[in-house]
Design a binder for this molecule. Sequence first.
Ligand code: ADQ
Length: 463
Amino acid sequence: MTRLVIVSNRVAPIKRSKAGNEGGLAVAVAAAIQGRGGLWFGWSGKVYEHEPGPVDIFEIGNLTYATVDLSHRDYDEYYNGYANRTLWPLFHYRLDLSEFDRRYRTGYERVNAMLAGKLIPLLRPGDLIWVHDYHLIPMASHLRRMGCRQRIGFFLHIPWPNLEILLALPNHRDLVRALCEYDLVGFQTERDLRAFHEYIEFEAGGTIDDGGVVRAYGRHVRTDTFPIGIDAEAFAQYAQKAESSPQTQRLCDSVGGRRLLIGVDRLDYSKGLVARMEAIDHLLSTYPDLRGRIVMLQIAPPSRADVPEYMMLRHEVESVVGRVNGTYAEFDWAPIRYLNKGFRRQTLAGFYRSSRVGVVTPLRDGMNLVAKEYVAAQREADPGVLVLSRFAGAACELDGAVIVNPYDIEGVAEGLRKALTMSLEERRERWSSMVDRVRQYDVIAWQQSFLDRLSAAPSAPAA
Ligand code: ADQ
């Protein structure tokens, strides 16, 4: 079998990770690669002081990991800079937070070139190379320049922004041109794919044929959607097992007979946490009968804590949670429980299963795996209701959810109320349509469909 080489910004060794605070990419890639084996290459997550060490290569099970440390400058310019302060906000439609600093852009190219240079000696002729996410868009162009002829695919985990937003990026052309160096580029949803095609047609002067082959900048590249999934079966088993676990029992005892709502998100401005808490406020002020009868459990481990916007967000969320609790709490009840820490996936699964409502209201999200995890964790006989933002990629698949506009606080409050008062019959009907989809298009199906398409792409011509 051809060897799979995964390239991602962070590498999450499966047995070393405590599973709790990695983001969606690490969770999904780990699940996808685990059964198949191969090489996983990327940043170690460490920053060196003086001299870079050699590539750290180690094996766990059938997987070889190869990791590289970054310098402080690389960390600031490539990771905190271009990835987290330019591309992340821009691709999540936050032009107001996007910083266009040429140092960041140069650092981004420099680190991509450096990583490509370290990867080249590790490659074998028949390898299938799969590059992940916005940190590494120029990876294929650097690899090609260094003589790499293997097939290279790219998957974007976050949204692809529409044309008008992307045009604000000073080097938008370089970025799209770099994507055209891949053999296959995958997006989460049709709307991302459409937005990419829109750029190709109206800005790059390229063409797209019926099979999704893009011709632009003298290259042709296959494009398609590959909505990411979860390991639904494993997650459902965790949830079933966790039902009787001490932690789930403690949670249920502490909530008493009240209805539990759950939110699980990295502490990120794209996740709409402030607006979500405002919606809880609105819910309790509009429907006083719910006071004392519901509990919102919001789990939000901090991420990117040294980027100023994330520090500000943390204060904002703390402030709104404090205000809502101060307004409505009684000596024996508070409406919101807010936790800044990670949990093991097994524990989370039990928490999802115990919650009547899963609250997933990002302002913009590539997919949102929490939405799928919540669905997979439910009890068939008495499932909870998913309240889902229309701007999460998951909304394109999970039509049994109560779909809300996260900017419309009153609308979200209405959606929550609808979920809290929904009949068992309607809950079951909505859930069964979603769970079928989550089971069928799981993380393995996602991996297989991407790799099948990549393997079928014609190989790059010899230099
Ligand atoms: P993320 O933005 O990280 O992912 P998401 O898809 O929701 O968002 O994945 C988060 C993952 O981390 C989930 O598996 C969740 O269970 C886990 N997690 C979150 N908080 C946790 C906690 N406190 N404890 C334990 N686990 C926690 C990016 C994109 C998404 C896209 C994914 C995958 O932003 O849009 O869905 O990649 O492509």
